[in-house]
Design a protein around this ligand. Structure first.
Ligand code: NAD
Ligand code: DAU
Length: 343
């Protein structure tokens, strides 16, 4: 087993043309320039090779499906570490058509686990806080590594299933894996179907931002670079078989306050948005207790508290403003799909 080193470690990144995986590729190129990176991505509607354009000549890019056993077998045999981001990731889509979620999130993860087992490679599995279900709005508790699983949507239930597979492969077959469950990410290269980039690109397109229902739901927002610094720390120092919660303590703002913040930061009145249909089964509140990661591994997020979130949002607004080429062609189709559901 090759340990996490600063030399010529080979790393296979699944879903590296997506939002968090793409940012992880950039983060790794910057902080671990000696690593040899291979990205495998199916390039679904959510994958975008333009995200990797600045580093394409420094990585190997393979377009392929994580459910393809032969391909995964080959790629895993050639690497030292697998960081598994690839997934169907959007709750709203999982309510319309759950099958791709079952296929990629469960069968895809199974396929990776079998290859990792065969070649005895180090795996880090990326997961979500949504596996725990939700908290009541007035519940002061936060999710921890021992909170029971209680997922609400087809998306979160398939992510929960994938986490259980990883744990079972650790216990039954002794594979060298860790898991992290992170809260809602924001930052550059996020698909414009998601809450924060949808509202920013709405304003940039002269469309009113759209708030589901009353907007009292709470998400524990984290900047994608903070997520990715935590993943590297877990790869470096995490205990094999352990799970780590990742969160930046931003569970004090609800969706309504976030949309108001975006409107104000973009020079609009704070009420420059409209209410649209709520999401069926909408989770109320997520909140993360990341003390294990902070106390045992020494992790510290950069974008925390009100100022941190404001700075992170400002940088994200700048990015979407300056990178219209990355999102503009898709904007009308995304909004049309939402409009069909009154959203
Ligand atoms: P994303 O939808 O932006 O990217 C997913 C990527 O996976 C895309 O590039 C897509 O083409 C690729 N992909 C999908 N199916 C594939 C398949 N069968 N084979 C190969 N590639 C495939 O998602 P994201 O927001 O970057 O999320 C990445 C991971 O992080 C997911 O596992 C998600 O569950 C998890 N996560 C996301 C968040 C968040 O806030 N976005 C928070 C916590 C955890
Ligand atoms: O919590 C982690 C999860 O965060 C990840 O596992 C998922 O992959 C990721 O998509 C995200 O899930 P959410 O469903 O919380 O994110 P989304 O951006 O879709 O919505 C965030 C909140 O904003 C949610 O309460 C719904 C609301 N919303 C969303 C959209 C798209 C709106 O009010 N208006 C919108 O237009």
């Amino acid at each position: 087993m090759v340990l996490y080193t600063n030399s010529m470690t080979k790393m296979l990144i699944t879903g590296g043309a997506g939002f968090i995986g793409g940012n992880f590729v950039h983060y790794t190129r910057k902080h671990y320039p000696n690593y040899q990176l291979t990205v495998i991505d199916k390039l679904t509607y959510a994958g975008n090779t333009r995200t990797l354009e600045p580093v394409m000549d420094k990585i190997e890019f393979v377009q392929g499906d994580i459910c393809d056993r032969e391909l995964i077998d080959k790629l895993v045999s050639e690497t030292d570490i697998v960081v598994h981001f690839a997934a169907e990731s959007h709750n709203d889509n999982s309510l319309r058509n759950p099958w791709p979620f079952v296929e990629t999130n469960i069968i895809g993860t199974y396929t990776i686990l079998e290859a990792v087992r065969k070649y005895n490679k180090r795996l880090h599995h990326i997961s979500t806080d949504e596996v725990f279900g939700d908290l009541e709005l007035d519940d002061p508790n936060r999710f921890t590594e021992t909170t029971s699983y209680n997922p609400s949507s087809p998306y979160s239930s398939t992510k929960a299933g994938s986490d259980h597979l990883v744990r079972a492969w650790v216990r039954s077959f002794g594979i060298q894996a860790t898991i992290s469950n992170c809260s809602n990410n924001y930052g550059p290269y996020q698909h414009i179907e998601k809450f924060i980039p949808r509202q920013i690109t709405n304003i940039l397109s002269d469309i009113k931002p759209k708030l589901y229902g009353t907007g009292e739901q709470v998400r524990d927002w984290i900047h994608v670079d903070d997520h990715n610094s935590a993943v590297h720390l877990i790869l470096e120092k995490g205990v094999i078989g352990d799970t780590y919660i990742i969160g930046a303590d931003n569970d004090h703002v609800n969706n309504k306050q976030v949309i108001e913040m975006i409107c104000e930061l973009m020079g609009k009145g704070k009420d420059f948005y409209e209410h649209v249909n709520d999401r069926p089964g909408h989770d109320m509140r997520y909140a993360m207790n990341s003390s294990k990661l902070r106390n045992e591994l020494g992790w510290q997020p950069q974008y925390t508290d009100n100022d941190g979130m404001k700075n992170g949002l400002l940088a994200t607004i700048d990015w979407y403003t300056n990178n219209r080429d990355w999102w503009q062609a898709e904007k009308m189709a995304v909004e049309k799909k939402y409009a069909e559901q009154g959203q």
